[in-house]
Design a protein. Sequence first.
Lengths: 232, 156
Amino acid sequence: MFNRFPYIYIVLFFFATSALAQDANKDSREQLKTQNDTIYRGFSVHLDIFSPVMGIISSPGIFTMEAQADVNILDRFYPTIEAGYGVGDIESKEGAKYKFSAPYMRLGMNFGLIKPINKKGERVDVSSYPFVGLRYGMSFLNYTLDNISINDGYWNNSKNLVYSSPLAYCGWVEVVAGVRVRIAKGFTMGLSGRFHLLLHSNNDKNKTYYIPGFGKTAESTFSLNYTVGYTF
Amino acid sequence: MKYIIYCLFCVLFFGCNYNDGYCREEKKVNMGVSLRSVDVVNETEITYSSTNMTITGLYNDSILYEESTASTFQLPLKKLEDRTAFILNDNGVRDTIILLHENKESFISFECGTFIYHTINEVLTTVNNIDSVVVANPNVFNIEETHLKVYYKRAN
């Protein structure tokens, strides 16, 4: 599904921003001293800058935009909401056309893998942390499959079929693994990989070729998110 | 750091997946026909091999088969009509087989589009050289099976 090239850019960018993260750690340590021991430890808003780039490079005709918000609970649990919108107009090698537009949303939680208190009982800086998480995603898809040709070669007959649905509901789960890194005062970046599993659809899932927020239903089991944002 | 390495490994590993967008499915859906006869001495079913068989569609001049010794054929049923007829010319003796069938659409994928499968409901035939026709399998999904057995009056 994906070309390798976008990943190379992401990996290079990831290492470049990790240098910034070194400086940011100083700030976060100072902030840690003044932070009180409440359950709520802040929240973050992020913009996924990878999905529109990915649409241009590897899936021409598909454009998605996504934003995320999560709440920090005890520096360990991060209830998360992700919402986006996708539009697409793509054509197969045999001339079939698939047009769609749909909002999508994911609800779930990340679990930070760094313990916020060390063995000495001291608070640990967890402004940069690896995490795993779980999501439930949903999309209400408006799509049209057009120009599906039936060629009756020997009998000199042909016909074009059209399939469409004004509101196809699709739901899926995702297992997420990634890192969130502090790059400057308050600014954070996140890189995560996701395994998708389509749970249900009120439509023939073969016809919903691409679901925004999920990917290609035929073979997409993995996707990437690269986000930048601000942590309050 | 090991988490980062693990994540990068995952990215590179799964980044190798690539779909070229071409359909890899076998798209032919033809009806398999076997020519049969009965050995009058042993009263057993035997293969009928014509010495000169030509098959065309009714109202279609294009020849589907022109074989000297063939006994099995793959014939295309009409995808957009529910009645298909073929003319079997065996050494100058013509018989017409008419098939009444249902066509079912099955959307496979965006790359492959829609396949049309058939269910044979009824078969009619002239009996100039043909004795009878039997539907061996009414469901025409692929080209691997014999769907129709055509019995000729005599074995060559």
